[in-house]
Ligand binder design. Structure first.
Ligand code: XMP
Length: 513
């Protein structure tokens, strides 16, 4: 795929992913690379610009990350952000020191004044809020640099050597708190780097399809479809590219949400592919019977999934390629080098080495999650599939506390569907990142009509989170909770009490098991 590339050089800042997102939002492809990447490797990518990220260090610390100074002789523009700005100043002969208290040390929203004759601020207001987070101060800027923005406390919050295309800002243009921050990044890309804006999802789709066709030729392709966003989008892309040569195996372990299997199958009906839906409910429930220990439940499901997949692969015969829905954050989080291969295994619950394939195809490995969703829309997948919340591989098995039976799974499915329906009807699904019901193993006494009941307690869970590593419980309006509760106890047999989970992660986890 040939498109202009910007390299975000990562110095360990917390907003690096966000910078990459912003660049792509501006229609320019970019990749995040660790600052240790050899210069030759960076050069080989033929970047039109570099963005140096922030980082936790001070440039004058002994162990602070540095760059090869030759990077400044490539004739490629550089935008340094926060630490990246200080590093550029330091490397090019400026002087960076710890800021004195009350002078140039700045955190948070700060009124900032810009020189709009500088290309970085071209066409933007002369004054606005910027988001600062730096304790260091550029006591002396390098030769050739002009001061292009200041605050009341600090005379040099932005510097520029326009002749060489070097720009530095002490604040974070990538965060929403900085007014017109994205416009500044756009100016850097278009006014300084000469970007043409050749990164659109439509282009990406077409180029990816062409590349897949070329690689696969007339070979056979296998894909384990879970119904999650990533594997669904990967499947749609492959379906579009190689049609009948693709077989999607969707293993329905009987622990899916209500109608999930049908929805996934219906979404793929428009493509002429081989779609194998394996109804494996009975064998999974048999294997799980009587097992209450959470880790054992997970293991049983993981193993059984592989067995089913193996059997199906054998039926299909020689498969040349296996497709994985690995996305860019997976690649970054797993580190460099052989990351992709490691991921390809645990991505689908430890897919076996046995399938004799030439290669693994990962068509989404350059995309962020919201880009994957965008691509899904571009490919015509329905919105409910494209925007769906995460659903764990073991499915409802880890939301039924204690041992699992078909009756319990049916009860939970029904209650969960009502919960999701009401949350969506109230428009709360826009504010909540994941929500589901849990069938606890606790039964309690109730009264319904004139009779005593002794039924299960259902827990409702809803969280807000950006990365699913930490999460807060969602403040769902009481009247929505009330409606959910009333409907479930009235409509779902076997449940007579509803509780709402008000624990964050940590100390709890999002799922109950
Ligand atoms: P926890 O419960 O660890 O969950 O806070 C964090 C996120 O991961 C999802 N999750 C899983 N996803 N296979 C998956 O594909 C799993 O075994 C699994 N367990 C948890 C969970 O739904 C939440 O989004």
């Amino acid at each position: 795929m040939s498109h202009q590339t910007v390299i975000v050089l990562d110095f360990g800042g917390q907003y690096n992913q966000l910078i990459a997102r912003r660049v792509r939002e501006c229609g320019v492809y970019c990749e995040v690379k660790p600052y240790t990447t050899p210069l030759e490797q960076l050069k080989a990518m033929e970047p039109i610009g570099f963005i140096f990220t922030g980082g936790p260090n001070s440039v004058y610390d002994e162990k602070a990350p540095h760059v090869d100074p030759a990077i400044f002789s490539l004739g490629v523009p550089v935008l340094g952000i926060c630490y990246g700005c200080q590093l550029m100043a330091h490397t090019l002969g400026g002087q960076v020191t710890a800021a004195q208290e009350d002078t140039a040390r700045e955190y948070g929203k700060t009124e900032t004044y810009y020189d709009t004759t500088c290309k970085l601020f071209k066409g933007l207001p002369e004054q606005g809020i910027s988001w600062m987070s730096h304790g260091d101060y550029m006591a002396k800027v390098p030769e050739g640099f002009a001061l292009t923005a200041h605050t009341d406390a600090c005379p040099n919050v932005a510097i520029a050597d326009e002749a060489r295309g070097f720009y530095g800002v002490q604040y974070h243009p990538e965060v929403n708190h900085t007014q017109h921050g994205v416009d500044m990044i756009r100016n850097f890309l278009y006014e300084v780097c000469g970007a043409v804006g050749d990164w659109t999802m439509g282009d990406y789709k077409n180029t990816a399809i062409a590349a897949i066709r070329e690689k696969v030729g007339d070979g056979k392709v296998l894909l384990a479809l879970s119904g999650g966003v990533d594997s669904s989008v990967a499947a749609a892309l492959l379906a579009e590219a190689v049609g009948k040569q693709l077989t999607c195996v969707f293993v329905d372990h009987g622990l899916m949400r209500l109608n999930e299997g049908d929805e996934v199958e219906a979404a793929f009906a428009r493509w002429d592919i081989n779609f194998v839906r394996v109804d494996a409910e009975t064998r999974f429930l048999l294997k799980l019977a009587g097992e209450a220990e959470p880790e054992r439940k997970r293991k049983i499901i993981g193993e059984e999934f592989i067995r089913v997949f193996e059997e199906e692969a054998k039926k299909i015969g020689r498969v040349d390629y296996l497709v994985q829905g690995t996305i860019y954050p997976d690649v970054i989080e797993s580190g460099a080098g052989d990351a992709a291969v490691i991921k390809s295994h645990h991505n689908v619950g430890g897919l076996p080495d046995y399938v004799d394939f030439k290669e693994i195809i990962e068509p989404l490995r350059l995309l962020f999650k919201d880009e994957v969703r965008q691509l899904g829309r571009e490919l015509g997948l329905p919105e409910y599939l494209v925007s769906r919340q995460p659903f764990p591989g073991p499915g409802l098995a880890i939301r039924i506390i204690g041992d699992i039976t078909k009756e319990k799974a049916d009860t939970l499915r029904e209650a969960d569907a009502i919960y999701r329906e009401e949350i969506a009807a109230a428009g709360e699904d826009k504010n909540i990142n994941q929500y589901f019901a849990v069938l606890t193993n606790t039964r309690s006494v109730g009264v319904m009509g004139d009779g005593r009941t002794y039924d299960y307690t259902l827990a409702l869970r809803a969280v807000t989170t950006s990365d699913f590593m930490t999460a807060d419980w969602a403040r769902i309006p009481y009247d929505v909770l009330d409606k959910v509760s009333t409907r479930i106890v009235n409509e779902v047999k076997g449940i007579n009490r509803i509780v709402y989970d008000i624990t964050s992660k940590p100390p709890a986890t999002i799922e109950w098991e």
